[in-house]
Design a protein around this ligand. Structure first.
Ligand SMILES: C[S@@+](CC[C@H](N)C(=O)[O-])C[C@H]1O[C@@H](n2cnc3c(N)ncnc32)[C@H](O)[C@@H]1O
Length: 255
């Protein structure tokens, strides 16, 4: 009896989670594919996506896949006009990729199969999000690099390298990148202000940075060295009180 009530409650929660998604974004085809759910994968996802009550079953897999793709479609629609005008990026850096949905989605939707994706994240055992504009602190990671790699391979992302943030801090990452982005990580949970010097070092005159920020984003002095604009961004969830924006930044106006 107790088990039946529990299962009914879970089903209701799942149905509500699905109804909460923006119907237009949620009705678009999946591009990022979720593999069969194992207890290990579910535990890793729950650490990152704390609001979803997922179980190792097909229903949960489909719900998560729908939610991940709805978020990706919103980001894609915000960025596509700017990114379609640019050359295909040769080197892309994602900061805080979680389970890798955005790299997979961009590679497939923009046709960036030859681009080299570097994914910067760290393993963690607990979630340490700040609601907004939190400070930078050591070990804010809640990723699972082994499963990130499993999901990238499952989605056949060709050229990628995972940078273990606990081995290589952002300040020591090599190179410059044509595109650097961070979704629901730097700029959202942890203020961009604390990372802007590291990010600036990784950008050349043609690079573009894209960061999901809160709708009431406030600039800070170091941003004056960049050309910035904030694009409207549709969230995966409808009727959310959370207003979002996509902050674009570059060192030169033409970029
Ligand atoms: C809310 S999740 C977002 C995951 C993914 N970008 C998405 O939108 O689904 C935040 C991610 O940022 C990572 N993270 C935490 N602190 C970080 C830091 N200092 N630098 C880069 N990534 C960080 C976490 O490990 C986690 O994978």
């Amino acid at each position: 009896m107790f088990a039946a009530a529990q299962s009914w409650l879970k089903q209701r929660k799942m149905a509500k989670a699905e109804q909460a998604l923006d119907p237009e974004l949620a009705s678009k085809p999946p591009v990022f594919l979720a593999p069969p759910f194992t207890p290990e994968l579910v535990a890793a996802i729950r650490l990152i996506s704390t609001q979803l009550a997922l179980d190792p079953n097909e229903e949960s897999r489909l719900l998560w896949q729908k939610e991940q793709n709805a978020a990706c479609w919103g980001e894609y629609e915000a960025l596509a006009p700017a990114l379609h005008l640019r050359e295909t990026p040769k080197r892309v850096l994602e900061i805080g990729p979680g389970m890798g949905r955005s790299a997979v989605f961009f590679a497939k939707k923009f046709g960036w199969q030859e681009s080299e994706f570097h994914l910067f994240d760290g393993n963690g055992t607990s979630t340490k999000y700040k609601y907004k504009r939190g400070p930078r602190f050591e070990d804010s990671f809640c990723g699972n690099l082994k499963l990130l790699s499993t999901l990238l391979d499952y989605n056949r992302l060709q050229h990628y390298k995972i940078i273990d943030a606990q081995q290589t801090p952002l300040a020591k990452v090599d190179g410059t990148y044509d595109l650097i982005y961070s979704f629901y990580a730097i700029g959202f949970h942890w203020s961009l202000e604390h990372f802007v010097d590291d990010i600036s070092r990784l950008m050349n005159d043609k690079s573009l940075g894209a960061f999901i920020v809160h709708g009431d984003f406030q600039s800070f002095p170091a941003l004056k060295n960049f050309n910035c604009r904030i694009l409207p961004l549709k969230a995966a969830k409808k009727r959310t009180t959370l207003k979002l924006g996509m902050l674009l930044m570059s060192k030169t106006p033409a970029a």
